[in-house]
Design a protein around this ligand. Structure first.
Ligand SMILES: [Zn+2]
Length: 96
């Protein structure tokens, strides 16, 4: 489970990883260009994003702290990308 903490910072803008303003909501570190930033947005009462939506984003180190990834690996080997067959390969092999 991902928990947003009351101390996490939210943002009204969403810069790409590597941008100087791409700061982690939790630790405040700059999210580097090669990092995968975990991003979540608030929604309005209709469950839609709007001009008031705020982004929470987390650097890879904080994601690891949440137990989501360990840099390039997930904590669950069954979820590792190497264990998944690409969907399109399954279809083409079946002649669909
Ligand atoms: Zn962080």
């Amino acid at each position: 489970m991902i928990q947003v903490l009351p101390t996490d910072t939210s943002f009204l803008y969403s810069p790409d990883s590597g941008h100087p303003d791409c700061i982690c909501s939790r630790c405040g570190a700059r999210i580097r260009g090669h990092e995968f930033a975990l991003r979540m947005w608030t929604t309005n009462e209709r469950d839609e994003m709007d001009e008031h939506s705020r982004e929470y984003r987390y650097c890879e180190r904080c994601q690891a702290g949440m137990g989501i990834i360990f840099f390039d690996r997930t904590s669950d080997p069954d979820l590792d990308a190497d264990n998944f067959d690409p969907f399109y390969d399954q279809n083409t092999e079946d002649g669909i």
